[in-house]
Design a protein around this ligand. Structure first.
Ligand code: NZQ
Ligand code: ZN
Length: 388
């Protein structure tokens, strides 16, 4: 096992009715920016619960944070915070609103042009320089409620870029699984597949000696396979919703990646497909993931075979046979979860994508991705073309 630091200061508050605790969690006398997305919170009662829990606080509202939040929109909130002397931000939404708030939190006191935060991937380490924030999660998927990373799109240049740093963990996150009941089918499917792929990025590498992390990862995958299709059919079933929410958090709160290698190339390629075609994040992962496993078969086959045996109970005769079956099982699961796994299912303009992505990665110097730094630009091209 490699050395690690495990730091996660987010106060994670889980369960039915927990939104009522908001007034205890936000410092007294705070002036709050209540940030939300396109308005789903007005239809499902979450806004009303938040407002009643916050009676007595001074609140300024900021709505309209898009799915795949835009730098241009977020900068409007940065201005409001500076002008209104806001002292605390509350993100009420899914990964996009939470990620947007992480960016806003860091940008308010950032010296220089805030676009550099994304272009230069600035790391925020000093909590005294960011605006503190908490979250009310409305969509289990990204794990953003308990990690310090975020993804923001620059509309002007169609770039989807990441930011983060230890100062950007939420102070608290309220995770009430009853919010799952109002999610559209498409978002439920997305949530399960995003969480599933987060585990795969940190697990599906090569054999190592971190035995417990492997078991953690496999148990999250098994739970998602067990509940995923059912939670889409019955999102108001509390048992299903609560397990879904907890799996999604555990998939990307940092725990399973400690002491192990990780990949993340599926995400890096997937982000480009969202930037190009506005395909939902999880769906880009379903397009790319299986083809990445195919192209990197030699690198990943031992771990694929372990995953096949332990998670899918495959019983092939050789490592190669088990690994191949594991990929097939994964694709079947993605289809069962409502994913189309070909780029041509989403756009007819797919042929430009390989050149576009390879050029972008070359400009950024991303020429050696993956757990063994062997995902070259040529392999990226192969993966993307295989996904047409
Ligand atoms: O905007 P509103 O009106 O709230 O509607 C949203 C949005 O249209 C809707 N929704 C959310 N909760 C709902 C609901 N509708 C009904 N009932 C509810 N309870 O769902 C739609 C999608 O929301 P969004 O926040 O975009 O989805 P998700 O949570 O999947 O977040 C995706 C974003 O997170 C990034 C992705 O790249 C993408 O930009 N990621 C963030 C990560 C992180 N911070 O660690 C890691 C991930 O890999 C991912 O990259
Ligand atoms: Zn993801």
């Amino acid at each position: 096992m490699t050395n690690f630091d495990l730091y996660n200061p987010t106060n994670y508050i889980f369960g039915k009715g927990q939104i009522a605790k908001l007034s205890e969690l936000i410092p007294k006398n705070s002036k709050i920016l209540l940030a939300y997305g396109g308005g789903s919170i007005f239809k499902n009662g979450i806004y009303d619960q938040v407002k009643s829990a916050l009676s007595g606080f001074e609140i300024v509202e900021f709505g309209g944070i898009e799915p795949n939040p835009r730098f241009e929109t977020l900068m409007k909130a940065v201005e409001i915070i500076r002008n209104e002397k806001i002292t605390f931000i509350l993100a009420v939404g899914g990964g996009s609103v939470i990620d947007g708030v992480k960016f806003i939190s860091g940008a308010v006191n950032f010296e220089g042009d805030a676009i550099e935060i994304l272009k230069k991937r600035v790391l925020f380490k000093d909590v005294s320089k960011v605006i503190p924030f908490g979250t009310v999660l409305t969509l289990p998927a990204t794990g953003s409620e308990m990690n310090s990373g975020a993804v923001v799109t620059i509309e002007a240049t169609q770039e989807k870029l990441t930011l983060g740093g230890s100062a950007l963990f939420p102070k608290f996150s309220i995770c009430d699984p009853t919010v799952v009941a109002s999610l559209p089918k498409r978002q439920l499917e997305n949530g399960v597949v995003d969480a599933f792929t987060h585990v795969m990025e940190q697990y599906l590498t090569y054999p190592h000696d971190a035995l417990l992390q492997d078991r953690f990862a496999e148990s999250i995958l098994q739970t998602l396979i067990e509940i995923g299709p059912d939670v889409v059919k019955n999102p108001s079933d509390y048992k299903l919703a609560s397990n879904f929410m907890w799996c999604a958090t555990m998939a990307l709160n940092g725990l399973i990646q400690k002491g192990v290698p990780s990949d993340w190339a599926t995400h890096m390629i997937g982000h480009e497909l969202t930037a190009l075609y506005e395909i939902d994040h999880a769906r880009t992962l379903a397009i790319i993931g299986p083809n990445l496993y195919r192209v990197l078969f030699e690198t990943k086959k031992e771990k694929l075979a372990q995953y096949g045996e332990r998670v899918w109970n495959v019983d092939g005769k050789s490592i190669e046979e088990k690994a191949t079956q594991a990929i097939e099982k994964t694709v079947e699961f993605l289809h069962k979860m409502g994913m189309d796994t070909k780029l041509s299912n989403y756009t007819s303009d797919y042929e430009k994508s390989a050149d576009f992505i390879v050029d972008r990665f070359e400009e950024r110097g991303w020429k050696a991705m993956g757990e063994k730094q062997n995902i070259t630009l040529e392999k990226v091209r192969q993966i993307v073309e295989m996904s047409y």
